[in-house]
Write a protein that binds this ligand. Structure first.
Ligand code: ANZ
Ligand code: ZN
Length: 825
């Protein structure tokens, strides 16, 4: 009786799979379209800390699924690669002077070794890394297509700026309003940026969510991020020196034109273009002081609902177009400069933020919508309203509109304003165009030049890839430009159009660029003529199953959907959506139930688990922990338990004599039930219960029956089990398979099927009813036909006695459960 030698067996099979290219995916036309599967993992960022046990969670889930599908005759594309441009390597370079390329490639080597040690069935011939010029050639090429479609443009944009590091920061680098590197509060600075017009796809990004099989929670996060709302733009005039509506006007966007009669003041964003012009001399000093303070805050800080509202009066008044009321114009930082018009009409009776602001500054509150159910939470005592009501209802205090319901009121008032030329139906999005440039080194160079004569000129496609040059210092220049700006020989170039002198764009693309389209490159990773061949793209279609962490709910998943749709519009991909089905794995927590961390000593190194227990144990354990989508704490005893299960399989295979004898009914029942459960659960990605079913099989059969030379089990009962085991513990299963004398490997052996009849219990207790009341019971063989059940019921002594002389109206039978005899009288 030997211990399962995982450290011999696992490398043996990994080497065999690699040498035989067992998991190579080929575009074989023999497989019909519905037998081709593209199963994708979110590729890792190769960080310096190596693989985390969270990575193999999703990777094991997809691997089991892929292996299961191969056993079921599918042609499966299952690739892996590395998302290898990004900040940590660059920050490390700034600190140590080590070239980001060296750091990145060393990290990739570690990740690759670790991932390979887990025996995943990737087609490694398709590996990509986003930092290689073979790859970013096509990232740049896609950028050119965006540019040519007018979807990439240059603009002055406020960005996060660290006054200490003297550099622009990505949003991800700003933590609690402070620079992630030095802790200095971040400012906003207007800098020239490259921007992608993702807003042009806002509607489709929203609408097409209906076509994908994603969890509702992720869809909701995307919807909220896109933030589509409907309402009206309304023009207000500023009161002039004569006290009349003057020629200076401004617009507001409101989702509630039905509350127009309740407007008691207006608020402009602190940097609204009109502020200087309308501020009265008396208010000038306080307005300017307020503007200055507001510039130091992030959008998040400004709009937080719970936050204390601040603002100052400009001294100016505006005229409400529906009733001529003159209301004060304030500035306040809860109004964002870049949403709608950066100006609002405030209705404190029906908007929480306005309510808080009005309370603080003693501004009037006018109730104009009463809840339809007759209650009036608003109308209280002399003191005015006690709460704000944000729901729909019936208009009150609204002139001739009083009495109409909010929805029809909205339509009527919008139409009227439209007729007067001072309003218009409008749709707005929270989604902003995507600030796409970074003042950084370790990213894809943006392939355009600035020509004194021609302006911005894209490189010709045959000038790609535009290689990232070497620099001496990775430290940003401090002028808001990337370290590339310091390399004169690279920056100075000629214009692709006129041949005159030009300067290269020195900003690079953000981390997200490479991951926007990597799933397409896997389909044709070595193509030097195109990002991928159309016929191959059409062969595989979009990703059938995508598994990864929920932290990518918006950014990566929204950006890729956007790029994919652009490529779709160009006729370059054949599907509207990149990822048909998305599953988010739950977080693996530390043994203490908290997020794993190195500093608290709760992080688990996958290498150690593999070393001590083997890859199959790590795989099976991570799947056995609980439902894939749930967060779950690590448990060292659990690892030992799963390892023991695999050890017992190994021992059973050694101890049992496999015979050609006919299996018993009991053995068949266990086997067929196991096949059914493992098949159905694997199909449903319920790997934890599939593993439980295999444990039950082992408990019930591993002892075998006593034979002349020890315990024995019919081979026909054991062999299918080895196949069932193979997706979860592929190394062990391959070894067992080989030891049964099989050659040619296990990975494409047909999946066993079950017979329903063999799964059923042999005997069941049948209930006999009369008019729905239980009158008798009988133990009978399972699976009886209705006619037989009826016969048994009608010959039951008690039933015979009770139905004597009665008219039987009908007989209802429920297989394996009951017979109900309906009688009259
Ligand atoms: C008056 C009003 C009355 C509003 C009411 C709401 C309720 P969503 O739905 O998120 O699109 N708003 C408009 N522009 C803004 C800006 N730049 N910064 C901050 N708030 C702004 O939100 C639209 C609502 O947010 C608009 O409708 C406006 O307030 C405010 F009972 O107008 B509402
Ligand atoms: Zn030119």
């Amino acid at each position: 009786m030997s211990k399962y030698p995982h450290s011999d067996i696992e490398p043996k099979w990994q080497a065999r799979w690699e040498a035989d290219k067992t998991f190579r995916a080929v575009e074989d036309p023999q497989f019909p379209a519905d037998k081709r599967l593209y199963v994708l993992d979110m590729f890792p960022y190769p960080s310096g800390s190596g693989l985390h046990v969270g990575h193999p969670e999703g990777y094991t889930a997809t691997d089991i699924w892929c292996r299961f599908k191969r056993h079921n005759g599918f042609n499966v594309l299952h690739p892996m690669g590395f998302d290898s441009f990004g900040l940590p390597a660059e920050n490390y370079a700034i600190k140590t002077g080590t070239h980001p390329l060296a750091t990145t490639e060393a990290n990739i080597a570690v990740f690759r070794r670790q991932i390979k040690s887990l025996g995943f069935s990737y087609d490694w011939d398709r590996e990509v890394s986003t930092h290689t010029s073979e790859y970013y050639h096509w990232t740049q090429w896609i950028f050119l297509q965006l540019f040519k479609k007018g979807l990439a443009y240059e603009a002055m944009m406020p960005i996060n700026w660290c006054p200490s590091c003297l550099t622009g920061l990505a949003n991800e680098e700003v933590v609690d309003g402070k620079c992630d590197r030095c802790g200095t509060p971040v400012e906003r600075r207007n800098l020239r940026q490259w921007v992608l017009k993702i807003t042009a796809y806002g509607d489709r990004l929203e609408d097409d969510l209906a076509e994908v099989d994603w969890s509702e929670s992720i869809k909701l996060m995307q919807r909220n991020w896109i933030g589509r709302s409907e309402g009206a733009n309304v023009t207000f005039a500023v009161v002039d020196a004569g006290g009349k509506p003057g020629s200076t006007t401004f617009q507001v966007y409101t989702t509630r034109p039905d509350t127009l009669f309740g407007v008691t003041y207006m608020v402009l964003a602190p940097d609204h273009a009109l502020v200087d012009a309308i501020t009265t001399p008396a208010q000038k000093a306080s307005v300017e002081a307020y503007q200055k303070a507001a510039r130091l805050k992030s959008d998040l800080e400004r709009t937080e609902l719970a936050k204390e509202k601040t603002g100052v009066f400009t001294g100016a008044y505006a005229v409400n177009p529906v009733n001529g009321a003159q209301v004060p114009v304030w500035i306040g930082d809860y109004v964002l400069a870049n949403y709608g018009f950066g100006a609002i009409m405030a209705v404190p009776a029906h908007d929480e933020r306005d309510w808080a602001f009005a309370k603080k500054f003693g501004l009037p509150v006018i109730e104009v919508i009463a809840p339809s159910d007759g209650t009036s939470p608003g109308v209280a005592t002399e003191g005015g309203l006690t709460a704000c009501y944000t729901g729909p209802g019936k208009a009150v205090n609204s002139g001739e509109f009083s009495g109409s319901d909010s929805e029809s009121f909205k339509k009527k008032i919008t139409a009227r304003l439209e007729a007067q030329g001072i309003g218009k139906k409008a749709v707005n999005y929270k989604l902003r165009d995507w600030i796409f440039s970074r003042q950084r080194y370790w990213g894809e160079p943006i392939p355009v030049v600035h020509c004194a004569k021609c302006g911005i000129v894209p490189l010709r496609e045959d000038q790609l890839p535009l290689l990232l040059p070497d620099v001496k210092s990775y430290t940003p220049t401090g002028t808001g430009e990337s370290p590339l700006a310091a390399i004169d020989s690279w920056v100075t170039t000629t214009c692709p159009d006129c041949g005159g002198p030009a300067k290269r764009e020195t900003n690079t693309m953000p981390q997200w660029a490479g991951s926007c389209w990597y799933y397409l490159r896997y389909i044709d990773p070595k193509n030097t003529k195109a990002f991928a061949d159309k016929a191959k793209l059409d062969y595989w279609g979009n990703v059938d199953l995508y598994v990864g962490g929920a932290e990518h709910a918006v950014l990566h998943l929204l950006y890729s959907r956007f790029w994919h749709k652009v490529l779709y519009d160009l006729g370059l991909v054949g599907t509207k959506e990149p990822f048909q089905r998305l599953v988010n794995q739950g977080m693996i927590l530390g043994e203490n139930g908290q997020k794993m961390s190195k500093s608290s000593g709760t992080s688990i190194n996958p290498d150690e688990i593999v070393g001590q227990f083997g890859a199959d144990t790590l795989r099976a354990y991570e799947m056995f922990m609980g439902p894939l989508q749930d967060a779950k704490p690590w448990n060292s005893n659990g690892v030992v338990g799963v390892n023991r299960f695999l050890q017992r399989i190994w021992r059973a295979a050694e101890d049992l004599n496999f015979t050609t004898a006919e299996p018993t009914k009991a053995q068949l029942k266990v086997l067929h039930r196991t096949i059914k459960k493992v098949t159905q659960d694997t199909e449903a990605l319920a790997f934890n219960t599939a593993i439980s079913a295999m444990m039950i099989y082992l408990n019930e059969l591993a002892a075998g029956t006593e034979g002349p030379s020890g315990p024995e089990l019919p081979l026909s009962i054991w062999k299918p089990f080895v196949v069932l085991l193979s997706p979860t513990a592929p190394h062990l299963a391959e070894e067992l398979w080989e030891r049964l004398g099989e050659t040619g490997g296990l990975s494409r052996v047909a999946w066993p099927t079950w017979e329903e009849a063999l799964c059923a219990d042999d005997e069941v207790e049948m209930v006999f009813q009369i008019n729905g009341k239980i009158r008798s019971k009988l133990v009978v063989p399972a699976g009886l036909a209705a006619a037989e059940m009826e016969k048994l019921a009608r010959s039951d002594a008690r039933i015979v006695a009770l139905t004597e002389g009665k008219e039987i109206v009908k007989i209802i039978t429920v297989p394996n459960k009951l017979v109900n005899i309906v009688i009259r009288g």
